[in-house]
Design a protein around this ligand. Structure first.
Ligand SMILES: Cc1cc2nc3c(=O)[nH]c(=O)nc-3n(C[C@H](O)[C@H](O)[C@H](O)COP(=O)(O)OP(=O)(O)OC[C@H]3O[C@@H](n4cnc5c(N)ncnc54)[C@H](O)[C@@H]3O)c2cc1C
Ligand code: SF4
Length: 328
């Protein structure tokens, strides 16, 4: 495996970055920590001749409890006790990403836009050539669900589900200006493993905004993976709740590692607000979410197992958060 030559551009401001993007489109990728993009380039997966590095763009480094710049490194979040104190789900999600070495380079923006994964895609060029290329790179068919229309590669970022249940939004900048969208709207539920985000050509993730209410939530992120020291999620479950006395005053569940996009379940969780969360209610929510998710067979664990574990993880997370001392 080797990296083909590319031309590296290093702008200093968002405006310079967007001007470069306009000039080089569509032959470029943004480069953050490179921990996802460059291994994919080494496997000759959708390589572009130009990379626009974001490491000198100071606005993207902004860091506070309210706002995480796209270039904030995961290791900085991981070692920040204020993140662990105020946003437990985010801290647990960050800590579970890859290894310390990867977290030292990996960034918030790169994690949100990490490439979708599939057993038939994350392989060397020669491996893929011997089987026949697929829709996601160089080919015209899918090996997972045999057809020629849709890619089922799995969204495997850890941060997105956690940020969803904390009510985060994302600011993006592009040729038509800036806009802010709830984090779940960054992802294309109607898309597939290729058309996976709602970003217009050249648009750049600038920052993630965390609302102050997120600090009053009890939250957690649970991850299923083959090797706990290292692997991408086979399933990631984020839950947040608020309670007053014995009533729920807020509830949110999001999952990743199952489908082509990370997903929230407001139709299942919202009717529970105002109720007491007893074991029957917890079982009902867990079962409904388990029934709703549709993993396919393109990661290490079989889809039936990931589906069943979704119910198990939701039930355990809800039980623990509801029982947490002083939940309010
Ligand atoms: C061994 C290994 C294990 C891993 N395990 C996990 C894991 O468990 N969980 C997990 O979530 N990830 C995992 N990863 C993937 C990756 O390391 C992380 O997701 C990381 O956070 C990606 O961030 P990055 O800055 O390196 O992104 P990059 O590789 O630089 O970029 C990723 C993608 O995002 C785009 N991009 C980056 N920043 C922006 C921006 N600001 N605006 C627009 N586009 C942008 C790039 O163009 C590229 O398409 C793993 C990687 C490795 C090598
Ligand atoms: S789901 Fe199908 S099209 Fe998508 S990467 Fe896998 S084999 Fe390729």
């Amino acid at each position: 495996m080797h990296l083909d030559p590319f031309e590296l551009h290093r702008p200093a401001t968002v405006d310079e970055t967007l001007a470069l993007a306009r000039e080089l489109a569509p032959g470029f990728d943004y480069l953050a920590g490179g921990t996802d993009l460059l291994p994919n380039y080494k496997m000759h997966l959708n390589v572009r001749p130009h990379l626009i590095a974001l490491d000198r763009v100071s606005e993207l480094q902004e860091y506070s409890l309210d706002r995480l710049g796209a270039m904030v490194r995961l290791a900085d979040l991981d070692r920040d006790p204020q993140i662990a104190r105020h946003y437990p789900a985010l801290a647990e999600a960050v800590h579970g990403v890859a290894t310390p070495l990867v977290r030292a380079s990996g960034t918030v923006g790169g994690n949100l836009l990490v490439e979708t994964r599939c057993f038939f895609f994350n392989q060397s060029y020669f491996w893929r050539a011997s089987l026949g290329f697929c829709l996601k790179a160089d080919g015209d068919r899918c090996h997972v669900v045999p057809q020629k229309e849709k890619c089922y590669a799995t969204f495997s970022g850890d941060l997105a589900p956690a940020l969803m249940v904390l009510g985060a939004s994302v600011e993006v900048a592009g040729p038509e200006g800036r806009r802010t969208l709830p984090i779940e709207q960054l992802y294309a539920a109607e898309g597939d493993g290729i058309q996976r985000v709602h970003l217009r050509p050249g648009e750049l993730v600038v920052a993630v905004d965390l609302p102050p209410e997120g600090r009053h939530l009890h939250s957690t992120y649970r991850k299923l993976r083959a090797r706990p020291s290292y692997d991408f999620p086979e399933l990631g479950v984020a839950v947040s709740l608020r309670r007053e006395a014995d009533r729920l005053t807020g509830l949110d569940v999001a999952v990743g590692g199952l489908e082509t996009y990370p997903r929230r379940f407001p139709a299942i969780t919202q009717p529970e607000v105002g109720q007491t969360l007893d074991s029957e209610g917890i079982g009902r929510i867990a079962q409904a979410i388990q029934s709703a998710v549709r993993p396919v067979h393109n990661t290490a664990y079989p889809p039936d197992y990931r589906k069943r574990m979704t119910g198990v993880f939701v039930r355990r997370a809800l039980t623990d958060l509801w029982a947490a001392r002083g939940a309010s």
